[in-house]
Design a protein around this ligand. Sequence first.
Ligand SMILES: [Ca+2]
Ligand SMILES: [Ca+2]
Ligand SMILES: [Ca+2]
Length: 218
Amino acid sequence: MNQTKDRRDRGFTLIELLIVIGILGLLMAALLPNLIGAGDAGNETATQALFLDLRTGCEAFQRKNGYFPPDDLVPKDTKDEDGAKSVWKSDNGLNTGIESLVAFLAQSRDVGGDFGSSAERFANHDKDDHGAVLPLLKVRDRKEIVDAWGMPLAYFSATTTSGGFDKAQQIVGFDGQPQTVRARRGADGAYLGAGKYQFLSAGKDQMFGTDDDLVYPK
Ligand SMILES: [Ca+2]
Ligand SMILES: [Ca+2]
Ligand SMILES: [Ca+2]
């Protein structure tokens, strides 16, 4: 009698276990794509928010200087915090646009704001040296800003005398393989002209020039 009851208890336990495993499997299958999708949507939102932060810096710089931060790392009468003239090294040709934006915005608090407090945004994938301290970041590394997937942004800007949207840039991320990046053209098929700027993120696939790229201004 007792033996029969024991066997029945064990049987119920096994069936319950199988049901639980089955339900968990179904839940995983149903939820996993949504969870992954939510992560990408969150990264997209975070990258758009980053664009807006950088826009604030660009506009503050423009109000002060009359032009947007250059994308070519050529210093224009910039000075270190102690007033010494900056000696910026010429660049290695990688991540130059976004490094140039960092270098110009990191000069002073009135254009860079609390720029230096967002350490997770900064990387130095091409491992270069700026040749002078970036005052707000307090480093000599030539930092670039990365999107929420960890790839450096591309930054294009043009004045009448420097930069240009028609100049391709080389962007290098985690894999060490430089990608040739071109600015996004406007609705009329032409590149933006002098007095404009543009940010590009490679998006989820970490490749520039594909459909998931993010651009600002749109
Ligand atoms: Ca560089
Ligand atoms: Ca760098
Ligand atoms: Ca992409």
